[in-house]
Unconditional design. Structure first.
Length: 404
């Protein structure tokens, strides 16, 4: 049995929680992704614990708990500044919606609990001594860098169809391959993904898309026809085949959506609808619309200083990122240098504002906004010094208003 001699602090801080459960006569183990990432020497985000104790028994042992999923056996324990999800060993059955079990049965056996896990590399457990419990050859699959379903892959996907997206997500994040039998099961069952909410699919798709090996994972996403069962991708496999050939993998969500939209040649006026189908936020949609618009401009010609100002730093850097991913030749250094050299980077940096103009007789309304825009353009283009004196003189000279 493999044993970890020196546990990272994230585990040692949680050991008293397991020990308290064991001292009360229960079994308790670290399980799932934390154990996997420990063996892979990856950053560990959080700790999950599985136990033979029932939820009510867990609650009696710890003074501070939250009923995060008590119906399914999960209680969050707050202990020494940390929070730990503790789940009772369980089996599941029913799965009428291919996502949530109709019945959860608590069991007293760790092996029965691990059988219901999705992939062998996630069906690992570790006890308080640092010993790894590996009932499904998950360590061997870690060494082979393989994503493989626990037991019968078709049964695992019928239990939870989202696991098919999780398979390609883990491929991307871990730079692993998908086991042949598991891959065949995805191809056979890909239509089950239609039973899953778009929000859950989007979360897995984004994690896949911004992972370090997203191009290889995306290729399997296409080969297994998962792409036919997500919003706006049905019938677009030929266009999407460009993705695995990209120069780089996107590392930002905004870049991912922008690249997809450009590859699919979605018109600017339809970007909002596409993003809405994928249940993206309004803020994400606006960011992506601006990035795609600037990318289109950069692909056509060099932007003016005022267009760079209007785009802003974030949109500019994102559009440059998208151009690099798509292999679009642009002089990114020159663009950034030009942006850095702009006299102002935001409207708030103007020496005057609307109140300044109102105090000089300009009535609130469209004309006020037009005058401010004119001043801003002159300042950004270097035609007007950004000072109250220079702007006042400009307004007098242009007879825009009778400035005092």
């Amino acid at each position: 049995m493999m044993k970890i001699e020196n546990l990272p602090s994230i585990f040692t801080k949680a050991l008293p929680v397991l020990e308290q459960l064991e001292n009360a006569g229960f079994e308790a183990y670290f399980v799932g992704g934390a154990v996997r990432d420990l063996l892979l020497k990856r950053h560990i985000h959080d700790i999950d614990i599985a136990t033979s104790a029932y939820p009510e028994e867990v609650k009696k042992l710890f003074p501070k708990t939250i009923d995060t999923g008590i119906k399914h056996g999960t209680v969050t324990v707050l202990y020494a500044g940390g929070s730990y999800e503790i789940t009772t060993f369980r089996t599941e059955s029913g799965y009428q919606d291919y996502r949530r079990p109709d019945h959860v049965t608590f069991v007293q056996n760790l092996s029965e609990d691990l059988k219901r896990r999705d992939f062998t590399i996630n069906a690992l457990a570790m006890n308080t001594q640092g010993e790894i419990i590996d009932l499904f050859d998950g360590i061997n699959d870690l060494q082979k860098r393989l994503i493989k379903a626990v037991g019968d892959p078709e049964q695992r996907f019928h239990e939870d169809a989202l696991r098919m997206m999780r398979a390609v997500r883990f491929m991307s994040q871990l730079k692993f391959s998908l086991a042949d039998e598991t891959k065949r099961a995805v191809l056979v069952n890909h239509k089950l993904l239609r039973k899953i909410s778009v929000e859950r699919i989007r979360d897995e798709f984004v994690k896949m898309g911004v992972g370090p090996d997203s191009r290889a994972a995306f290729n399997v996403f296409l080969e297994t026809k998962l792409s036919e069962d997500v919003p706006a991708f049905a019938g677009e496999s030929d266009s999407l085949k460009v993705y695995p050939q990209l120069k780089f993998s996107p590392s930002l969500e905004t870049s991912l959506w922008s690249v997809i939209i450009i590859i699919l040649k979605i018109p600017n006026e339809q970007i909002g609808q596409f993003m809405h189908e994928w249940k993206n936020s309004n803020a994400m949609t606006t960011d992506v619309e601006q990035i795609v618009a600037l990318f289109d401009l950069l692909s056509d010609r060099s932007p003016s200083d005022y267009e760079l100002f209007t785009a802003g730093k974030s949109t500019l850097l994102n559009a440059i990122d998208v151009a690099h991913i798509l292999g679009q030749p642009i002089d990114s250094k020159a663009l950034v240098d030009r942006y850095v050299a702009l006299p102002i980077k935001a409207t708030s940096e103007l020496a005057i504002d609307g109140r300044f103009l109102i105090e000089r007789g300009v009535k609130p309304g469209p004309q006020l906004g037009q005058i401010l825009t004119t001043i801003k353009e002159e300042v950004v283009n270097g035609q007007l010094e950004n000072s109250k004196e220079a702007i006042t003189a400009f307004l007098k000279r242009k007879q825009i208003l009778n400035v005092k």
